[in-house]
Design a protein around this ligand. Structure first.
Ligand code: GLY
Ligand code: MN
Ligand code: MN
Length: 431
């Protein structure tokens, strides 16, 4: 595949990197699960964003000086024996020829070469605190670079998390296409699940259906551990045990999205295992859906990210008062945060290479404003666990609905609307 897009991203750093600086982006390492068994390798998202390169133990150094941007990559060395066991390595020649870096070296040269690369620069930027052991390495390389000439300017170490994250926040057309594909695949899986789920199934059977549906459409892995939560399990926000049998009178909450060519989708649907919502389930569901629709309306250029948050809190508070789960004046209850017993998480997050994607939520002292090319999730919920002091008929109802919303020039596009969220449409799909 043509890697020009990644080279252009590196060259674009000219506009945002300080003069006379070096940006370091470490790649991910292979992670051990137990003994010598490893997790499937997943490249670090920022590293991938700047390189398209998927080998572990690599490092990018981007030098910005008066000559312009110079991109250097350190990669695993070519090694005939290791390649027989573990597969092809691009090596430094491949990193230059195929991945379009200006220079590339074996990663075993990192410690000896980095002080020379940093020497003479005024700032070294990297994502501080993100990779275990890397902070100390940067300090050591910087100290070694500074000690080359006691009389040279000192090198300041700066956190690059916001700089890289905010570059990733606005998605380009290539990224939007991949996220749309991830959303389509994930939506298809939710539709298949709605059509096939039945009482007595284990939550993990439903989970495996999603993984299968993702994989057969080209997305081998989920973007995060799927949450498949029958009944009250939905009230555990990050429930991932997924091992209980489904009860015919319960709702099933599934929060599952695939990763397609490194990009995430993040969809939640809540549907009745019997195929029909009970009266109480429907009342709670409709409040969440109203909050969802009102929040999506607020996702448009120029609006603060707090607008969907606030409207979702207000709609949910009003709805809870209407069905008798909160008592009092909705405005006062909103101000006091009474809704937080039922709706305790935020309305959404950025979506991209990571499911909780990089990018700030504040600009200076203000909340970020939506801009075209951003993608956010919108995911209101109401969770009524059996330990709450409410009428028994409400207990064990947990509802969340989550869609992925692209900010466009004049509003937004819901990338996951293909999977129904309207309760009547869900019931008809399940019948
Ligand atoms: N799937 C994780 C989340 O919705 O934030
Ligand atoms: Mn989410
Ligand atoms: Mn989710």
């Amino acid at each position: 595949m043509d890697k020009t897009i990644y080279k252009n991203r590196r060259n674009n750093l000219k506009d945002i990197l300080p003069e006379n600086s070096v940006l370091l982006i470490p790649g991910a390492d292979l992670q051990y699960r137990n003994a010598d068994s490893t997790f499937p390798f997943r490249q670090d998202s920022s590293f991938y964003y700047m390189s398209g390169f998927c080998e572990p133990e690599s490092l990018i150094a981007i030098v910005n000086n008066k000559d312009g941007i110079n991109s250097i990559m350190f990669v695993p060395p070519k090694d005939k024996l290791k390649e027989i066991w573990d597969g092809y390595r691009a090596g430094p020649i491949g990193a230059v020829e195929d991945f379009l870096f200006d220079k590339a070296f074996d990663n075993i040269q990192i410690d000896s070469m980095l002080p020379d690369i940093l020497y003479g620069s005024e700032q070294v930027l990297y994502p501080i605190g993100k990779k275990s052991g890397f902070d100390q390495k940067v300090i050591d390389w910087t100290t070694a670079a500074s000690s080359k000439d006691r009389h040279s300017k000192s090198i300041n170490i700066i956190d690059a998390s916001s700089l890289i994250g905010n570059a990733r926040l606005i998605k380009d057309d290539h990224e939007i296409d991949l996220i749309k594909k991830a959303c389509d695949i994930s939506a298809e899986a939710h539709i298949t699940a709605m059509k096939s789920v039945k009482k007595g199934d284990l939550e993990q059977h439903v989970e495996s259906l999603y993984i299968h549906e993702f994989s057969k459409r080209g997305a081998r892995y989920p973007a995060y551990n799927p949450i498949v939560a029958g009944g009250e399990n939905a009230c555990v926000l990050h429930y991932v045990e997924n091992n209980q049998a489904l009860n015919g009178s319960d709702l099933l909450l599934v929060d599952a999205g695939c990763e397609y060519e490194m990009y995430a989708a993040d969809i939640t649907r809540t549907f009745p295992i019997s195929g029909k919502f009970s009266e109480e389930q429907l009342k709670v569901y409709e409040i969440v859906l109203e909050a969802m629709n009102a929040a999506i309306e607020c996702v448009r250029p120029g609006n603060s990210i707090m607008e969907p948050q606030e409207i979702s809190e207000k709609v949910i508070t009003k709805g809870l008062v209407k069905i008798g789960l909160l008592d009092g004046d909705p405005e006062e209850l909103h101000k006091s945060g009474a809704y937080k017993d039922f709706y305790m998480h935020k309305i959404g997050h950025w979506l991209g290479l990571d499911v909780h994607d990089a990018g700030d939520y504040m600009e200076g002292d203000d909340f970020m404003k939506f801009k075209p090319g951003m993608i956010t999730t919108i995911e209101p919920g109401i969770y009524i666990s059996s330990s709450m002091n409410v009428d028994d008929k409400w207990k064990g109802i947990g509802v969340r609905i989550e869609d992925d919303i692209l900010v466009t020039d004049d509003g937004n596009e819901n990338l996951t609307k293909k999977v129904p969220s309207d309760p009547r449409e869900i019931e008809s799909l399940m019948s």
